[in-house]
Ligand binder design. Sequence first.
Ligand code: GAP
Length: 454
Amino acid sequence: MEKVVSLCKRRGFVFPGSEIYGGLANSWDYGPLGVELKNNIKNLWWKRFVQSRDDMVGLDASLLMNPKVWEASGHLKEFSDPLVECKQCHTRFRVNEAWSDEVWWELAKKLEKAKVSDKEKLVQETLKECPNCGAKNKFAAPQRFNLMFKTLIGSAEGKASEAYFRPETAQGIFVNFKNVLDTSRKKIPFGIAQIGKAFRNEITPGNFIFRTREFEQMEIEYFIYEKDWKRSFDMWLLEMKDWIKEIGIDLKKIHEYEHPERDLSHYSKRTVDFEYDFPFGRKELYGLAYRTDFDLKNHEKASGQNLKYRDPETNEEFWPHVIEPSLGVDRTVLAILLDAYDDSVEGRVVLRLKPKLAPYKAAVFPLLANKPELTKAAREIYDELRKDFSVTWDDRGNIGKRYFSQDEIGTPFCITVDFDSLEKKDVTVRDRDTAKQERIEIKKLKEYLRGKLD
Ligand code: GAP
């Protein structure tokens, strides 16, 4: 993990947020290469799940929404973490994370039945020692902390009203369900997809970009007939696995985790997480949930607007049920980087990214920097390729160093223009993964690259 974090900083994938001011805890900024990788992931997802399918449309809703949305969705009441605080060092813990799920469930069961005055003692008896400062029996009774970020709309003193940044992109989809239905004329089963930022006041963020307070999600709400939910759930399990394969994550490191009933979110009847073997443990990468008709039903009740779907055959009106594949962009970036990082070859680091995800598809070099004829020819190739591909230029140091530098950022092909190129109109193309070199005609370069990107 340290090696990947260090590479990200050194080569411009991810920087600590607000670094010149000493940073802001757990905030991260994507640098020139990170933003390319992230955009490639999002574009691939959009192409695969929106543009290539007849049963899907896209949406881009606001981050700030009417606060009534969060009342209706249950987030104001339910979207909170129960935390215990050590009265000595004031560190707050999620019991399931600092101890284990089992310890938390046992404790939660006892707390449910206990009198308010007994709760503190119960926590102390169960948890005993603070994992941070070692203080014995200093825990306070658990308290719930809502995870939503509050802000104020309007600047006039006393007139500003409270609002929340969305904690999931999903609700933007539900509140636009009718608009999308009326304008796209889709028939169920169909889905609405959205990529965008979500905000959570996480109490225990950490592990680089794994858990942050501001992150990006790629979510689909897939609207179905209730009777089809099991079939649709299974279909999306397969779709998510195929996606994971497509982005080059080793399926051996992926584990499906079925949430036990007691652990389900307030809206879900079934949830399966795709967990990944991160260096800091097996943790959630993505989630798939059966949200029933919970959201549309509640938004209809709260807004007074009819959010039902009219079946074109039977004319029956009902709230469609929903299957929700929810994917974190930042966790995808992290898993991809961890999987691609390879320092097993003596003396060099190779980022074995899938070529279609690599920030640069190719690097173009003149063999020697001080020969204007080579620079001119290389520059022409570079300018032509950049019309169709993300490519980079390098004429510093020797060829070996340039290869090393491109390997480390995952550039799959290095194109060198030498003296033979001027006569024979071909170039050397060196493959990142095999380190093999071959001569390719300049006029066939685009076709060559295109063939390698699928
Ligand atoms: N709409 C459902 C939903 O939001 P979730 O399991 O809370 O479900 C979905 O979040 C995905 O969003 C997670 O699987 C993860 O990839 C990502 N995610 C959630 N919280 C995150 C955080 N604090 N930092 C980074 N990614 C996060």
